[in-house]
Design a protein around this ligand. Structure first.
Ligand code: 5GP
Ligand code: MG
Length: 180
């Protein structure tokens, strides 16, 4: 076990259950893609471990493209060589967390320019929000509460990305200590 998680952190979803769920999602995606021409678009940076585990679980080859949606320059979203991999293909956008959905919605709009045949969305974690989602999620791992989560690709100032489970912080760590 890694020494990285700190004492006030708790496991929200452990590595074992993450692994089982990712395998289920991979099977679902693969079944839906039988007649199609898929390409995984892995959203950097958060989606890289989820994307890697999906690829390992697939029984057939899937082309992979990495997208850097935080880039302000349109031409830096994906490499020019990868643009051709999107044309006419059935895209599965892979990210590890959706909150209000704005980030993935913007990315989907930018990907439309490369003329894919279709675009689906796979997210490992979804934070439950009260307002209607702007974007339909086709493949969802887990609903999580609206708390800060890290691990399995998700960072806090570049830390915790390598943790194999999803962690959060105990609510009590922000409260003043009880008087003895
Ligand atoms: P949305 O655009 O769906 O509202 O926000 C999604 C993005 O916000 C995620 O891709 C991630 O970058 C960031 N985010 C939201 N909640 C968390 C969290 O609890 N932990 C981390 N590490 N990032 C988060
Ligand atoms: Mg929220």
């Amino acid at each position: 076990m890694s020494h990285w998680p700190e004492s006030d952190m708790i496991v929200l979803i452990d590595a074992h259950h993450l692994g089982l769920r990712v395998k289920e999602l991979a099977a679902q995606i693969e079944a839906d893609m039988v007649e199609l021409n898929p390409v995984l678009v892995v959203v950097l940076k958060g989606g890289f471990l989820f994307g890697a585990d999906l690829i390992k679980a697939f029984q057939r080859p899937f082309p992979v493209v990495f997208a850097a949606p935080r880039s302000q320059r349109e031409d830096l979203l994906i490499t020019p060589e990868d643009e051709a991999l999107l044309h006419g293909r059935d895209v599965i956008m892979v990210d590890n967390l959706m909150d209000a959905g704005g980030s993935l919605l913007r990315l989907r709009d930018r990907l439309q320019r490369f003329h894919p045949a279709s675009i689906r969305v796979a997210v490992l974690l979804h934070k439950t929000v009260s307002n209607a989602e702007p974007l339909r999620v086709n493949y969802l791992g887990f609903e999580v509460p609206d708390v800060r989560v890290v691990g399995y690709g998700l960072d806090e100032d570049q830390r915790y990305r390598g943790l194999e489970s999803i962690y959060t912080w105990l609510p009590s760590h922000r409260l003043p200590k009880e008087h003895p």
